[in-house]
Each structure stands twice: as C-alpha cells, then as structure tokens.
Design a protein around this ligand. Structure first.
Ligand SMILES: *[C@@H]1O[C@H](CO)[C@@H](O)[C@H](O)[C@H]1NC(C)=O
Ligand SMILES: *[C@@H]1O[C@H](CO)[C@@H](O)[C@H](O)[C@H]1NC(C)=O
Ligand SMILES: *[C@@H]1O[C@H](CO)[C@@H](O)[C@H](O)[C@H]1NC(C)=O
Ligand SMILES: *[C@@H]1O[C@H](CO)[C@@H](O)[C@H](O)[C@H]1NC(C)=O
Ligand SMILES: *[C@@H]1O[C@H](CO)[C@@H](O)[C@H](O)[C@H]1NC(C)=O
Ligand SMILES: *[C@@H]1O[C@H](CO)[C@@H](O)[C@H](O)[C@H]1NC(C)=O
Ligand SMILES: *[C@@H]1O[C@H](CO)[C@@H](O)[C@H](O)[C@H]1NC(C)=O
Ligand SMILES: *[C@@H]1O[C@H](CO)[C@@H](O)[C@H](O)[C@H]1NC(C)=O
Ligand SMILES: *[C@@H]1O[C@H](CO)[C@@H](O)[C@H](O)[C@H]1NC(C)=O
Length: 412
C-alpha cells in the first residue's frame, strides 16, 4: 500500500520539474547498481497475472526514508521483452553496461513465450536495451549469474521449461565472456552437483562462487517443486572459477536455517554473505529469515543475528549491497500475503534494520568508480546482481503463464 505521504510527496515533486514514478509491486524482478543508481526492471505483477517492462531507479546519492522514497522512471529504458526470474549482472569492465540473461520471457507484442534472444544488453549512456548476437546461449530459467573482474559471467544449471507442466534441470556451468560476446560451456566431469535451480550465487574475491539454497532433482526431469529436494544450508556448493572445480563444504552451524528458494544473498566487503528471506517447502515461511555466513574461516560459519527475528518475511524480492546497506526491494510478504512496496534497509555494519538511508560520502562518477575498485581490491564488491530466484508455478491461461504462489498443488 502506498502511503498518502508518499503520494503527497510525489505530487509535490510533480509540481517541480522532476519526474516522480510510482512503480507497481512485483516479484521475480531484477535490480542492479550502476552509476550510484539502483535500477529495477522486469518481474511479475502477481495481482494482475501480467508482466512489466518499465525500468526505473533510485538515486543512491541522496538520502531517503525507507517508506518514502522517490523512484525515477527511465523513459527510454523499457525492456524489449517481459521477463522474470532471469539473471542480470553489471559489467565489471564497462560500468555503463548491464546484461540480462535467461529467465521466463514473453514477447511484448505477441504475448507468447519468446526465447529468441537469451542475452540483452543495457547501455547507461543511451538508455537503450539491445540484443547482441550471442551464439550457443541456452535458454534457462531460475538462474542467477555472477561476474568476475575479468568480465566472465558464470551461469550454473537452471531450468529449461519445455511446457507449462514440465521442465528439465541442468547442472552445467556456462560462461559468457562479455569482451568477446562468446558463450561457452565448461567441460567439468568431477564432483558435479545435482541438476538444480533457484539457488543464489555469490562471487567472492578469491574467485570462488558460493551457491546457497535452491532445489535439486535426482533425474533431470522437473515436474514439481514438492518432489524436488530443497538444498541444505549446511552442505553448500562451491565453484572455484580459477580451477574450474566443484566442491562441497559442510559448514559450521546452519541446522536451524531452513532450506529455501526465492531468497537473496549479498557479500559484504569484509567477506560475510548475508542470506535473506525466501520461501520453504510447501510455500511455508522460512524459519530463519536472515543469517550470516562468515567466509573468512577455513570452514565457513553461519551465525544468526538477533535482528533476524525482526526481519520481514519476504521472498522473490531483490537485495543489493551499497555502502553500509543491504537494500531490499519488492517481493512478497508471507506474513500479510501482500506484495511489498517499501524498501527495506539492513545496516550491514550493525546488523540492524534501519529506516533511513544516508548516502556514503563519495558520490561523483569518477570517485565512485575509484570506490568500487578500492572495495574490489580490499575485500570484494563484485557488482553482482543479487536477485532472488525461485521456482515458479505455471498454468496455461490465454497466452500468458500464470504464476501460482500459494497452495501446494504444484505444477511448474
Ligand atoms: C519524504 O522525503 C522527502 C525527501 O526525500 C521529504 O522532503 C518529505 O518531507 C518526506 N515526506 C514525509 C511524509 O516524510
Ligand atoms: C490470476 O491467476 C490466478 C491463479 O490462476 C487467479 O486466481 C486470478 O483470478 C488471476 N487474476 C487475474 C486478474 O486474472
Ligand atoms: C516479438 O514477436 C514479433 C512477431 O513475431 C517479432 O517481430 C519481434 O521481433 C519479437 N520481439 C522480440 C523482442 O523478440
Ligand atoms: C554505449 O553507448 C555509448 C553512447 O551511445 C557508446 O559510445 C558506447 O560505445 C556504447 N557501449 C557499448 C558497449 O555498446
Ligand atoms: C529448452 O531447450 C531447448 C534446447 O536447448 C530449446 O530449443 C528450447 O527453446 C528450450 N525451451 C525453453 C523454454 O527454454
Ligand atoms: C509436457 O511435456 C511432457 C513431456 O514431453 C508431456 O508428457 C506432457 O503431456 C506435456 N504437457 C502439456 C500440458 O503439454
Ligand atoms: C575472454 O575474452 C578475452 C578477449 O579475447 C580473452 O583475453 C580471455 O582469455 C577470455 N576469457 C575466457 C575465460 O575465455
Ligand atoms: C524425463 O522425461 C522424458 C520425457 O517424458 C522421458 O523420456 C525420460 O525418460 C525422463 N528421464 C528420466 C531420467 O526419468
Ligand atoms: C558432509 O556431511 C555429510 C553428512 O554428515 C557427509 O555424508 C559428507 O561426506 C560430508 N561432506 C564433506 C565434503 O565433508
């Protein structure tokens, strides 16, 4: 629900020559930070069974209140397709560029599924989306991409939906070289994880990607989330991008952290992964809403801060780290069954939820680049899109897939 104060605030803004945009609530969207802007795009408008293509942003150089923030619409920035549960990454070699990869795709004109372009590219300078020619990119959904500082995007497994009742899960590691636009599949034979989707992926400074949560299937056929195994938060999967090797780690703690999908994870500059939200088996709210994984230890260790209890029960939201804040947008609140319109702010230095955003001191374009590089060297912000991803339920309904969230009759 939008507060009257926000509406009044927006009217005030409209009197000024500033555009104030009130975005629709959504799940399964993307959010990426470039040029000190939190850009949000894509997603599923659950209430109307429709999708969305507008692109809008929050200016992170200005303070805001979590319940009274002002979004700006990027007028020319409409997505070329409807998409949700896709991956989006900010290019680490060119800070103007965002890649949008995979996900469920619907042609805006025909309203039919359309997987003709797996990769789209957004250019901040001209605010346009284009479809670069990328051969061999397989259409995958329920994926999360991460990019290293050499411009290689890693996409693990995911779902390939064959029709509205069946899909197929994969366990391959696909890489996309943004310098050459070459897409390829790594040949790995040892320690392959089971085919899975709906995980989160976090690239660390040492080149290891930490995969958390999601579901796996024993054979590749994916018909039901209920028949799939939810992955434990205790035994986690690691992929070493320098050696192209998979491994597993039994981490310390984690017994109380319910397996989940539609969650998010962000990496702090000092090596802690903040796991937040998600939804559990049978669409139940997850028991530990927020947990922190210390990756500085040889055996990673989970801790559950006391603020975990006071966290909202969100899933299919997104989370991005900027300065001292984990910024959470949209998604659905399982407590009141409402779509979330406010921004939630988690202070990652004090492990508390706060309501006021204060921008970090460095705000100009050139110095923010320096900041990002400094952080990258000092402890690792890869501008990785931290979307929540998850399993979606579909039904055929006119040419539009219908996302079913509640209820346990699970088809995909
Ligand atoms: C909302 O925030 C703006 C500044 O961004 C402020 O001027 C305005 O008074 C706030 N409105 C309310 C109701 O807090
Ligand atoms: C959206 O789909 C759900 C589930 O099939 C249905 O109950 C609901 O009526 C639909 N809403 C609209 C606006 O079509
Ligand atoms: C949508 O479908 C139309 C008609 O088939 C096609 O011309 C158009 O290129 C499609 N759009 C995209 C973004 O693929
Ligand atoms: C982005 O757009 C600018 C301005 O049009 C252009 O100079 C630049 O080459 C574009 N970048 C890419 C990677 O296409
Ligand atoms: C599934 O994979 C096949 C082969 O790669 C491809 O032709 C098809 O378009 C994919 N379907 C979807 C919906 O991803
Ligand atoms: C989906 O595909 C599977 C496997 O090809 C088939 O058995 C099933 O009947 C299909 N379902 C629909 C609704 O088309
Ligand atoms: C990506 O492309 C660049 C430019 O050709 C090349 O130097 C680099 O080795 C490639 N990386 C991978 C992992 O293929
Ligand atoms: C997966 O489903 C396909 C189509 O129904 C079937 O041919 C295949 O045997 C199944 N694979 C497994 C491992 O069950
Ligand atoms: C993790 O623990 C499980 C169950 O205790 C055990 O079977 C497995 O071998 C352990 N894996 C590693 C990598 O230590």
């Amino acid at each position: 629900m939008l507060s009257y104060s926000l509406i009044i605030f927006c009217i005030t803004l409209l009197i000024n020559p500033i555009l104030c945009y009130i975005p629709e609530t959504r799940i399964g969207h993307n959010s990426v930070i470039i040029h000190n802007q939190l850009l949000v795009f894509g997603g599923w408008k659950m209430e109307t069974n429709t999708s969305t293509y507008e692109m809008f942003y929050l200016d992170l150089t200005k303070p805001f209140d979590s319940k009274n923030q002002s979004w700006d619409l990027i007028r020319e920035g409409n997505l070329p397709v409807y998409t949700y549960y896709s991956a989006a990454v900010a290019d680490t070699l060119d800070d103007d560029i965002i890649y949008l990869i995979g996900g469920y795709r619907i042609n805006i004109t025909t309203n039919e599924n359309d997987y003709s372009n797996v990769v789209y590219m957004y250019n901040y300078s001209n605010t346009k989306w284009t479809a670069p020619k990328v051969d061999n990119a397989p259409p995958r959904q329920e994926i999360m991409g991460t990019i290293d500082n050499k411009g290689i995007v890693y996409i693990f497994g995911g779902n390939n939906m064959t029709n509205f009742t069946m899909g197929r899960l994969y366990n391959d590691m696909q890489i996309f070289n943004v310098t050459t636009m070459i897409w390829s599949k790594l040949s790995i034979i040892h320690n392959l994880p089971s085919p899975s989707c709906a995980y989160t992926a976090t690239m660390m400074t040492n080149g290891i990607i930490v995969y958390l949560g999601g579901v796996e299937v024993v054979n590749e056929n994916y018909t039901s989330r209920l028949e799939s195994n939810y992955l434990s938060m205790k035994t986690i999967r690691l992929f070493d991008t320098l050696k192209s090797e998979w491994s597993q780690m039994n981490v310390t703690g984690g017994d109380d952290i319910a397996p989940r999908v539609y969650h998010t994870s962000v990496l702090t500059t000092d090596g802690y992964i903040i796991l937040f939200g998600g939804v559990g088996r049978n669409n139940t709210p997850v028991s530990t809403k927020l947990a922190i994984l210390d990756t500085n230890k040889d055996i990673y260790e989970w801790t559950i801060p006391s603020s975990s209890d006071s966290s909202p029960h969100l899933y299919a939201h997104t989370a991005n780290l900027y300065g001292n804040y984990m910024i959470v947008t949209f998604g659905r609140d399982t407590d009141n069954k409402d779509l979330n319109s406010q921004i939630y702010l988690f202070d990652v230095t004090h492990y508390t939820w706060v309501t006021t955003y204060t921008p970090p001191p460095i705000i100009t374009k050139s110095s923010s680049k320096a900041l990002a590089i400094g952080l990258g060297v000092g402890g690792g912000i890869f501008l990785v899109i931290l979307v929540s991803i998850g399993v979606t339920f579909f039904k055929r309904h006119r040419h539009t897939p219908i996302l079913k969230i509640s209820g346990s009759d699970s088809i995909i």
